[in-house]
Ligand binder design. Structure first.
Ligand code: NDP
Length: 274
């Protein structure tokens, strides 16, 4: 077994992942000795791959599309924010030394809110927000957005029943509801939390949702602008941004959980943008 602490991101179709580079830069800047790899598995192989990784001494996993809800089921203990989200994007060993106990956390929402409010200086308080998608990423960001002061949060998803269920699940936290194809006017912020961008597809957006006061934010990140952001510009949005800042910020939260030190994110974000 290798003596260096091992971490990885686990997902399906990880060709686009920048997580190894981000955690490599965090490790360098904080003087941590660790290595970070990629584990690409379909849903059927997820549980076995996680168990093998931790049984072999692995110290932590970032969990990405499409495994966040499956990771929740595997964790034997959850942080309060992971329990609230109903999705896990970070796994760490629990108390048992044989890899059987797993702590599940969710750092996505903290990462998104930090990117919006700290990196981009966007004031969330009182805003009307439309969230597209109802998968693991959407689950992770709903509570932090409502707790971050969003005035009204509307959910729209290809499978409408999933958005309706999410709206009910988080109704105790604030003004949240699902919407159909008629959005009810322009939003100040539209967040694409679908995985459509990963396949170069445009998710359906309710009519009239995007206008000259709308900031469009795609959780997905790619070398060039996603179809959703191209659509946003064509629709006359005030701004169109990719989720690279969120990626770096959620990674920093995971790094803090694993290593007990919070890395400085600004230089890493600058390095990734070169
Ligand atoms: P999931 O597989 O859990 O959920 C996918 C969601 O996308 C579902 O709501 C699904 O709808 C919807 N969807 C998929 N394809 C389409 C389509 N063609 N049109 C409309 N809706 C579609 O994925 P995750 O929630 O884990 O990830 C979502 C995205 O967020 C990914 O692009 C991921 O890379 C990104 N992400 C980025 C992060 C960052 O740090 N920047 C962090 C976390 C995620 P349905 O319910 O109908 O199937």
């Amino acid at each position: 077994m290798s003596s260096i602490d091992r971490y990885a991101v686990i997902g399906q179709g990880l060709g686009h992942s920048r997580s190894p580079q981000i955690h490599g830069l965090f490790a360098q800047s904080t003087g941590q000795s660790m290595q970070y790899g990629l584990i690409d598995v379909p849903a059927a192989g997820f549980a076995a791959a996680v168990r093998d990784f931790f049984a072999g001494g692995g110290r932590g996993l970032n969990v990405t599309v499409p495994h966040k809800e499956a990771a929740l089921a595997l964790a034997t203990r959850l942080t309060p924010r992971a329990r609230r989200a109903g999705a896990v994007n970070t796994l760490a060993p629990g108390a048992a030394t044989d890899g059987s106990a797993l702590l599940g956390d969710n750092t996505d929402g903290a990462g998104l809110v930090r990117d919006l409010t700290v990196n981009l200086g966007y004031a969330l308080t009182g805003t009307r927000v439309l969230l597209l998608g109802a998968g693991g990423a959407a689950r992770g960001v709903i509570a932090p957005l409502l707790e971050g002061g969003v005035g009204e949060l509307k959910l729209h998803n290809r499978t409408a029943a999933r958005a309706q269920r999410l709206a009910q699940e988080f109704a105790d936290l604030g003004a949240i509801a699902s919407v159909g194809d008629a959005a009810g006017g322009e939003y100040e912020l539209i967040i694409n939390a679908t995985s459509a961008s990963l396949r170069g597809e445009l998710p359906a957006v309710p009519r009239g949702a995007c206008g000259p006061r709308t900031l469009c934010y795609d959780l997905a990140y790619a070398a060039s602008e996603t179809v959703f952001l191209q659509w946003a510009r064509a629709a006359g949005a005030a701004g169109a941004l990719m989720g690279l800042g969120m990626l770096v910020e959620q990674a920093a939260e995971s790094f803090l959980l694993w290593r007990g030190v919070r890395p400085d994110t600004a230089p890493v974000l600058a390095a990734l943008r070169v």
